[in-house]
Design a protein around this ligand. Structure first.
Ligand code: FES
Ligand code: FES
Length: 217
């Protein structure tokens, strides 16, 4: 009973607190909005910075930006990026490497997979500033001297794709697996690549590409 009544009081307090916050938030926002409007007008023009999270980098104040040295596909890049930029943002928007794909942007699907120090990571879920000094490999870095990586060729030979959107991520996960174990069984492939979703359901041919056609489990 005491527990119930405490819970009831807490609920009431929470409602009151929420109401107070809602009221002051609205008033404060209104006043802030007026201030922002006059600042914009006095600046002589309207600006529409794109935020959350299509932020225009130029609109971010210097204190929220970081200098960064990134090593990607054996090239070193010196960059100024928003502190909150993900590795995927930087690869695609700053370096023009669009092989890693945005899909869920929440670490669920694997479309954005790249290798960091030869390990597969979801680049949508890594802050770029935390990757400094590490070695990033994207699907664009697999081809050498005009020759596709054997994993890329295996995907083509096995016709392991439909729309193709998930395939760069699938290939990077497969590359990491084959680096660690050049001859994995089907169960090992399934386990290593379970973080890469293919919405077209091309799994059978992806499995064939990565195992080289072996069916042992
Ligand atoms: S886009 Fe990164 S895991 Fe889905
Ligand atoms: S081939 Fe279309 S999502 Fe995998």
């Amino acid at each position: 009973m005491a527990v119930l009544s405490t819970a009831g009081n807490a609920a009431t307090m929470t409602k009151d607190t929420a109401r107070r916050h809602r009221t002051s938030f609205t008033r404060r926002n209104f006043l802030k909005g007026l201030g922002a409007l006059s600042a914009t007008v006095s600046a002589g023009g309207l600006t529409f910075p794109v935020l959350a999270d299509g932020t225009e980098a130029a609109a971010i104040p210097a204190e929220y930006r970081a200098s960064l040295v990134l090593r990607v596909n054996d090239s070193v890049h010196r960059l100024q990026v928003p502190n909150r930029a993900t590795l995927l943002d930087v690869l695609r928007d700053e370096l023009g490497l669009t092989g890693a794909k945005p899909a869920c942007s929440e670490g669920h699907c694997g479309a954005c997979t790249v290798l960091v120090d030869r390990q597969p990571v979801y680049s949508c879920s890594q802050l770029a500033v935390l990757i400094e000094g590490r070695d990033v490999l994207t699907v664009e870095g697999l081809e050498k001297n005009g020759k596709l990586d054997p994993v890329q060729q295996a995907f083509i030979d096995a016709d392991a794709m439909q729309c193709g959107y998930c395939i760069p991520g699938q290939i990077m996960s497969a590359r990491a697996l084959l680096d660690a174990n050049p001859s994995p069984g089907t169960d090992e492939v399934r386990k290593a690549m379970c973080g890469n979703i293919c919405r077209c359901g091309a799994y059978m041919n992806i499995l064939k590409a990565v195992t080289g056609g072996r069916q042992d489990g």
